[in-house]
Ligand binder design. Sequence first.
Ligand SMILES: [Zn+2]
Length: 126
Amino acid sequence: MDPISPLEQALHAARALVLADLVAREVAEADVVSLVEESVVQRRWWVEQWPEGAEFLAGLVAQDVQDALLERYGRWPLCPVCGTGDQHALEVEPELGPDPHWVCHQAGVKVAAVGALGGGGASASS
Ligand SMILES: [Zn+2]
């Protein structure tokens, strides 16, 4: 028995990625962090039933938190690409898959990987 199971590692990673995005968008207040914790608790149960879903956790937790924020705070994360028109939130794609990204469907662009919203020009290097 490992002290930290792969599932627990995946949950920790998902939690860290979503928290990083919340911090990047300056909404990482204490009650928002608790939304992440609630999602992680629920997804722990979920992934124990379906261990193959471990690599989907980051995208799922991001969507859980996005839904919870919509009820309490409003849209998150706001699209940084479209300067005009209605403000809208980015969406996670794929909804259920590995390597989730934040995308803007209006502009049709990938904005950042989940966890990299504050990454500042990762695509500008290289
Ligand atoms: Zn947009």
